[in-house]
Design a binder for this molecule. Structure first.
Ligand SMILES: Nc1ncnc2c1ncn2[C@@H]1O[C@H](COP(=O)(O)OP(=O)(O)OP(=O)(O)O)[C@@H](O)[C@H]1O
Ligand SMILES: [Mg+2]
Length: 238
């Protein structure tokens, strides 16, 4: 079976500055694939390009057999690709429930949508307890959960998460990681960008290490957890 997502020799530039310099990787169906790397390596740029928010200057992206180069950004979600962006990007004046419903804007199945709101509230109980409050009243970590819950509301084939554990307490981080494992067990394919390399590698099937716009290393999560240079650079070991 072909990969769900295939990125080939992708290049992305901001003006004259090339942030992604020809990277290739695949995300296989049913797997968790992780991109790790130093600040500024190009991870967020890569996800934003896959989502159609940025246009590549070279290379190609194939999702579920379709070349995304010809698909406008607003149609990419309807193909089954959801993106929980870096930072929170929730709508602070809208309620938590309204924010979740925004994630389902393309769906026409009210019963399924209601079921998925309940599912998000079960996954993250704080969202259920406060569903009619303005999302801006949530703490940073709680807003992170809302962003993830909202991304799931489109029932994506591929869920891209950009640093979902950023700013979270260790306990909440464990919760997010457990949620990722749970989503995988229900068949969602995940592309995860994480600074917390230990946690991310422990649960990923395949990982890619990015440095200044290039992929410098790839392997299974377990391989990279045991790789000496990864341990030095990302796990803080001497
Ligand atoms: N809008 C922009 N305009 C100009 N340069 C940008 C812009 N966004 C990102 N960059 C630059 O592109 C490079 C890659 O940035 P990117 O945000 O993709 O990195 P990242 O791997 O996600 O880093 P981090 O781990 O810090 O989130 C960096 O050098 C960054 O400064
Ligand atoms: Mg980033």
């Amino acid at each position: 079976m072909t990969a769900l997502l295939e990125v080939q020799d992708l290049r992305v530039a901001y003006g004259k500055i090339e942030a992604v310099k020809g990277i290739s990787f695949t995300v296989d169906r049913g797997e968790v694939t992780t991109l790790i790397g130093t600040n500024g390596a190009g991870k967020t740029t890569t996800l934003r390009t896959i989502s159609g928010l940025l246009r590549p200057t070279g290379g190609g992206i194939t999702f579920d057999g379709q070349d995304l180069g010809s698909v406008p950004a607003h149609r990419i979600v309807s193909l089954g690709l959801a993106h929980s962006p870096e930072g929170r990007h929730i709508f602070p004046r809208m309620t938590i429930e309204e924010n979740l419903l925004l994630g389902a804007f393309l769906r026409r199945d009210p019963a399924g949508i209601a079921e998925d709101v309940e599912r998000a509230c079960t996954l993250f109980p704080v969202l259920g307890e406060r569903r009619r409050q303005a999302a801006g009243t949530l703490s940073g970590g709680e807003q992170q959960m809302l962003a993830m819950g909202r991304a799931l509301m489109s029932r994506p084939k591929l869920l891209m998460l950009d640093e979902p554990s950023m700013g979270l307490s260790p306990l909440m981080m464990q919760k997010i990681m457990a949620t990722i494992v749970e989503l995988k067990s229900t068949g969602t394919t995940i592309l995860l960008v994480e600074q917390n390399a230990q946690a991310a590698l422990s649960l990923s099937d395949r990982s890619y290490v990015m440095e200044t716009g290039r992929i410098v290393l790839t392997g299974t999560g377990a391989d990279l957890l045991h790789n000496e240079s990864v341990r030095k650079a990302y796990l803080g070991e001497e």
